[in-house]
Design a protein around this ligand. Structure first.
Ligand code: SAM
Ligand code: DTB
Ligand code: SF4
Length: 394
């Protein structure tokens, strides 16, 4: 078995990342087959249970209220709809549902109670349930655990050094604290980040270094390639080169040998051959379904066809850890505490996208003017019709 280290240094990680690609691939693939079945892939489906209108300013995110992106905002989904979508995901070959909410943090109350009910409902379908709801307190993590949550996703996103260039409305430490709150329960941790946000290679290595500090390492590590969405401050970032993605996956596989490394956002930009290189480099999980949270993802039938051609078998639910029990709300040991946690909120020093905001306001004005014009036209039409009628009568 591969030694699991928590003391990787950024320089060592960077050296691995920069090693000749064939050496890197061989090293990563060797560790991969020692630690995992290289012919098994875990398939998760994302479900955006609450979309858009988020108070945070994460520079990559189309769901931040302050950016002007073209997404369909939605309030929290009903449980029945979640059940139907989860059933659909199960029948298309997915073993995990990951529910995402555009929240800064979880607030005790009826919406969180509804999310707990969603967790119970999906767990009863014998699927792994994951949530990504923003920051959680220890009590909230315990309530999620009691409901039968299998995994909690909370990404560190980038290195501690680059963090402030990406997000100003919370601190890196807030993310770490949430992950530690989840660790106090039996819920597994899913944490990774994004490449392609203008970060340096040192930042990529720094992000992986931080992930190796967790003990145990996160059970899942999503590696996302930025999906540059129009209207976000990162809209003009160039797409991630596939070999950089392969290097990132391979390096993650080497320094986090036991984790499931997930080839996450950005697959629509990758060829099947590029993705296959990532699987060879140690990626053994994907997000499937035609949508991530708000942006497109490859067709699941195409993914399944690719897996068949590659001889990759979808991982069964609860293959790595046993299914959690779901305790009903009435029997719950933990109650809502109505906590108002004081998360660090370093000053909002990033004033982004003022230009986009101006353009959006100008566009709305134009639409209003056009609407008015159409109304006037209709009025003119009526006058003409009346005149015609009068003429006919004459
Ligand atoms: N609001 C919660 C939070 O921030 O933790 C949960 C949802 S949030 C959308 C989950 C993760 O999606 C982010 O931490 C980020 O890593 C990833 N993400 C969001 N927008 C992305 C984008 N445009 N490209 C790649 N990854 C993205
Ligand atoms: C993760 O690391 N990536 C997923 C999931 N965890 C929640 C989200 C990707 C979002 C990509 C942009 C969007 O679709 O909105
Ligand atoms: Fe909000 Fe999460 Fe998007 Fe940040 S990543 S803006 S917290 S939904």
């Amino acid at each position: 078995m591969q030694e699991v280290r928590h003391n990787w240094k950024k320089e060592e990680v960077l050296e691995i990342y920069n090693s000749p690609l064939m050496e890197l691939l061989y090293r990563a693939a060797t560790i991969h087959r020692k630690q995992h079945d290289p012919n098994v892939i875990q398939v998760s489906t994302l479900l955006s249970i609450k979309t858009g209108g988020c108070s945070e300013d994460c520079g990559y995110c189309p769901q931040a209220a302050r950016y002007h992106t073209n997404i369909n905002k939605n309030s929290l989904m009903p449980v029945a709809q979640v059940k139907e979508l989860a059933n659909r995901a199960k029948s298309s070959g997915s073993s995990r549902v990951c529910m995402g909410a555009a929240w800064r943090n979880v607030k005790d109350g009826s919406e969180f109670d509804r999310v707990l009910e969603m967790v119970r409902t999906i767990n009863k379908l014998d699927m792994e349930v994951c949530c990504t709801l923003g920051m959680v307190t220890e009590n909230q993590a315990k309530r999620l655990a009691e409901a039968g949550l299998y995994a909690y996703n909370h990404n560190i996103d980038t290195s501690e050094d680059y963090y402030d260039d990406v997000i100003s409305t919370r601190a890196f430490k807030d993310r770490i604290d949430t992950i530690e709150n989840v660790r106090k329960t039996n819920v597994t941790v899913c944490s990774g980040g994004i490449i392609g946000m203008g970060e340096s290679l040192e930042d990529r290595a720094g992000m992986l270094e931080t992930l190796t500090r967790f003990s145990p390492h996160p059970e899942s590590v999503p590696i996302n390639a930025l999906v540059a969405v129009e209207g976000t401050p990162m809209e003009d970032q160039p797409p991630v080169n596939i070999f950089e993605m392969v290097r990132m996956v391979a390096t993650a596989r080497i320094v986090l040998p036991e984790s499931q490394v997930r080839l996450s956002a950005g697959r629509t930009q990758m060829s099947r051959e590029g993705q296959s290189m990532c699987f060879f480099a140690g990626a053994n999980s994907i997000f499937a379904g035609d949508k991530l949270l708000t942006t497109p993802n490859p067709d699941i039938k195409e993914d399944m066809k690719m897996f068949e051609e590659l001889g990759l078998n979808p991982q069964k639910a609860f293959y790595k850890h046993e299914q959690r029990e779901s305790i009903e709300a009435e029997k719950s040991e933990y109650q809502a505490l109505g906590e108002k946690p004081k998360w660090t909120r370093p000053g909002h020093k990033i004033e982004r996208n003022e230009q986009k905001k101006k353009e959006a306001i100008a566009f709305k004005k134009e639409v209003r003017a056009l609407k008015k014009e159409t109304l006037t036209l209709k009025e003119e039409d009526l006058v003409l019709k009346k005149d015609n009628a009068v003429l006919k009568e004459k």
